[in-house]
Each structure stands twice: as structure tokens, then as C-alpha cells.
Design a protein around this ligand. Structure first.
Ligand code: SF4
Length: 410
């Protein structure tokens, strides 16, 4: 199988997204975050291509303005000189002038801060947008067990002490922890790709960095041979998952950036027109609103019932009454006990009867809690030991409004 790092990542995040992109070959509509991120990458690539005649900050921002992917007005440039009108990006328009202006200024800020922190450069640029192909031989003795993993590394530098550095730019709004970066699959795959491309490079001489442009911070990590071997295992495992997948959608906050929303069964209904939402002449949208209205009323009633019960309980307690009467019914005081057993005694009785294992059934809730506290390797092993006994489908109600959802989507 030939697969790129980004497709593996797509599959991990959502198998259905992988299917749309890699199997059905449906072109994903671009989100503004993707357009913006790609554009910043393009500007930085151009900038480093000017090595050794790097332009001054003005020159970098000039390029940024002149190739901006849409219709930014010169007013966005905060009074800088212009060398022409900005370019239009095919198939993409900003929602409104304010949104475009905000993104434009954010990009300008990122580049200015990046320039001030990183220039003059302290390293030698070795390569930009480096393509790699790593062969992963799953079954070396059998034909057909080979997989080819492909990827593109944003930048490779050689540092003054002779070490090499892989740098990948990120334009997202979240900065991960050092631990997230240490366990980042993308960087492990890049190290693997680089090792295959230039076998003489030693892992101990290789730094792997993610540069978070929004925060102007770089987080570095290193990889060992053991990490690389584990990465290969993870890739093979993911490839097996792809080969056996039914490509179910996996809804997550990443849906906000997914261009397949109008197709996908999780989001399609959100984009359907009024006539498509009719069902046997019934307006289903109105019925859903009716459901949430009734649920709100039910919640209020339940709250009132709780308050009334509390009051009645206080009354019966103060009066020392076991039973209290109204015209439509009465309350009776009942007693229940919380029971526990002597575990050893219980084992003694039940084990000979072959019933001890039955009561030791795994408590899924407790396991979920424990999983968060144990090391990642043990967590992965537990993940592998998981099997689906039975699938239940049910509808879960969520009271996020349409307006709130529209604000979250990119
Ligand atoms: S919208 Fe979400 S669930 Fe649907 S394909 Fe995209 S990522 Fe998957």
C-alpha cells in the first residue's frame, strides 16, 4: 500500500474523511483555516528560497501582501506600500471583509514576530518541502508485504554544531504540551523518512521541531531507534485498520475544519434545505425544536418536584412523622441500606461454586478512569485488548443551537 502521512492522519482522525479523500477521490472544499495555513507556508518557503539574499522584513511582508489568496483591500496593509493588487484564490472567498482583514492582520503579526525572533538565521537551510518515501517491509520474506509511506517536510536545517533539524510549521490556535510533541506521530514519521532518505544521518544528531507561528514558539524533541521501530509498528497497525475498516464517521472538534461536512451523514442534515428536511409532510426541524422545548419544561418540572420533596422531607423529619398526607396522595418513609461484603469470605464461598469470576466482571467506567492514569504504552495495550461485544445505536440529544454551531464552523 502506498500512503502519505497526511492520509494516515486523516484516517486516525476520521475513517470516513479518509474514504472520501483517498478512495472516492472527492475534492475537499477548502476551509479558511486551511487556505490561511497553506498560504503562510508558501510565504515562508518563498522567503527561505531567497537564501543567501534574504529580503528585509519589509520585503517579506510585501510578498505576503502581493500574493494574499483573495480580495484583501489595501486598507488591510496598515499603510504599507503596494506593488500590485492581491491575488484571487480559485474556489474560495472570505465570508466578509472583516473576516479577511482579521486573518490578514493575524498573518502579518505572525510573520513580523517570526522574523524578529529568527533573523539573521543561525542555521543553514538544507532543503525546503522535502519529499520522502519510506518503505516499510511488513513481511520481508513474502511479496506484497511492502508499504510505501510518503510525506513532505517543511524545512531541514543544518545547525552550527553539525546536527540537523526538521522543522514543521503550525498555524493552529492550540499549542500542545512537550509530552504531546514527544509522542507526536508526525515527527516520528519524519525521522523515519529522513533516516531512509539519508541513512548516514544518526538519530542522536537529529532534532525534530514543531514551530507554532501563532505563539512564535518552537517545541523540540528527539527520537530513538526504539521510537522509530514503534512508529513502524503503529503505521502497519494503522494500515491494517484501513484495510479492514468500514469507514465510519468519527465526529470530533476537527469536523469544524472538515470540507466534507455537506456530504457526511453526521453533518449533511445541517446543510439540507427546508424541503429536504420534510418527512411524510412533517417538518422534522420543528419536531426537533418541539422536543427540546418539552425537555426544557420537563427539566423545570423535575427541579420543582425536587424542591417540593425536600420541603416535605424537612417537615416530616421535624415532626417525627413516618407518613404524611395530602389530598391527592401521601409520602411514606422507607429505609434502604448500603451494603458491602467481606471480599475474602465471599471468594471462599463463590470460588468453589465456579461463580467468583462472574462477579469480577470488568467495570468499564472504572477502567476508563484508570486508563487516564497509566503510562501510554500500557494504554495502547489496553486499546488493543478492546473488542466490541455488541453495537447499540441510539440518538443522543445535544442542545447546542444552530446559531452556536454556525459560529464554531470554519
Ligand atoms: S465532518 Fe467530521 S465526521 Fe464527517 S467526514 Fe468530516 S471529520 Fe469525519
Amino acid at each position: 500500500m502506498r500512503i502519505s502521512y497526511s492520509s494516515l492522519e486523516n484516517f486516525k482522525n476520521c475513517p470516513l474523511k479518509y474514504k472520501y479523500s483517498e478512495i472516492d477521490k472527492i475534492k475537499e472544499s477548502k476551509t479558511k483555516e486551511a487556505i490561511f495555513g497553506n498560504y503562510i507556508h508558501r510565504v515562508l518557503k518563498w522567503f527561505y528560497q531567497q537564501d543567501p539574499h534574504f529580503p528585509p522584513l519589509e520585503g517579506l511582508l510585501e510578498y505576503y501582501y502581493n500574493h494574499w489568496p483573495a480580495s484583501a483591500k489595501p486598507a488591510c496593509r496598515q499603510g504599507r506600500a503596494t506593488a500590485g493588487e492581491p491575488k484571487k484564490e480559485e474556489g474560495f472567498t472570505w465570508q466578509d471583509e472583516q473576516e479577511e482583514k482579521d486573518y490578514f492582520q493575524e498573518g502579518m503579526r505572525m510573520l513580523e514576530e517570526y522574523y524578529k525572533k529568527n533573523f539573521p538565521p543561525k542555521s543553514m537551510i538544507m532543503d525546503l518541502e522535502t519529499r520522502f518515501e519510506a518503505v516499510i517491509d511488513e513481511t520481508p520474506d513474502e511479496p506484497g508485504g511492502k508499504h510505501i509511506l510518503t510525506g513532505v517536510i517543511d524545512r531541514i536545517d543544518k545547525l552550527a554544531d553539525g546536527t540537523m533539524e526538521i522543522i514543521d510549521y503550525k498555524t493552529g490556535k492550540r499549542m500542545p504540551s512537550q509530552n504531546d510533541v514527544d509522542t507526536n506521530l508526525q515527527l516520528s514519521i519524519y525521522a523515519l523518512g529522513l533516516q531512509r532518505k539519508w541513512p548516514k544521518i544518526k538519530l542522536e544528531d537529529l532534532r525534530l521541531s514543531l514551530y507554532f507561528l501563532k505563539f512564535n514558539e518552537k517545541i523540540e524533541t528527539k527520537k530513538s531507534q526504539e521510537d522509530i521501530e514503534n512508529t513502524q509498528k503503529k503505521i502497519i497497525d494503522l494500515i491494517h485498520q484501513i484495510q479492514n475498516s468500514s469507514f465510519e464517521p468519527k465526529s470530533s472538534p476537527l469536523c469544524n475544519w472538515c470540507g466534507y461536512r455537506p456530504l457526511c451523514p453526521v453533518w449533511r442534515h445541517f446543510y439540507e434545505n427546508a424541503s429536504e428536511k420534510k418527512f411524510n409532510g412533517i417538518n422534522i426541524e420543528e419536531k426537533i425544536d418541539e422536543y427540546f422545548k418539552l425537555r426544557e419544561d420537563k427539566d423545570k418540572i423535575e427541579e420543582q418536584l425536587k424542591e417540593l420533596k425536600n420541603l416535605i422531607e424537612v417537615y416530616s423529619h421535624q415532626k417525627g412523622l413516618k407518613r404524611i398526607f395530602g389530598n391527592n396522595g401521601y409520602f411514606n418513609q422507607e429505609v434502604t441500606n448500603k451494603i458491602s461484603f467481606d471480599k475474602n469470605k465471599l471468594k471462599e464461598i463463590l470460588e468453589p461454586l465456579g461463580k467468583w469470576d462472574e462477579i469480577l466482571a470488568i467495570d468499564a467506567k472504572k477502567l476508563q478512569k484508570i486508563i487516564k492514569e497509566i503510562p501510554p504504552t500500557a494504554r495502547e495495550e489496553i486499546e488493543k485488548a478492546k473488542k466490541v461485544e455488541k453495537e447499540y445505536k441510539y440518538l443522543e440529544a445535544n442542545n447546542t443551537t444552530k446559531k452556536e454551531l454556525e459560529e464554531e464552523l470554519h
